[in-house]
Design a protein around this ligand. Structure first.
Ligand code: FES
Length: 83
């Protein structure tokens, strides 16, 4: 969640003051995201999606796992990158 890539006529640039992504098929645009907030807190607080839980809080239990995917227009397949 680092920002939105904006394509201009000459090159790809990064605009870091807004956040655009999709959650469950819905486009989310946040013009002023808090860079210190975790994805877990963002999903629960801002998007009212309480399904993602905080268990151990240290990366040991997997309760906070979120699946991230993107659509590859070249292969026309959904990809699930390791992050
Ligand atoms: S709360 Fe994230 S791994 Fe346990």
């Amino acid at each position: 969640m680092y920002g939105q890539y904006v394509k201009d006529s000459t090159r790809m640039t990064t605009k870091r003051d807004s956040l655009v992504f999709f959650v469950n098929g819905q486009k989310v645009t946040d013009p002023a995201p808090d860079p210190t907030e975790t994805l877990l807190a963002y999903l629960r607080r801002k998007l009212s999606l309480p399904g993602t839980k905080e268990g151990c809080g240290v990366g040991g239990c997997g309760a906070c796992t979120v699946m991230i995917s993107s659509y590859d227009v070249t292969s026309k397949r959904i990809k699930y990158p390791f992050v």
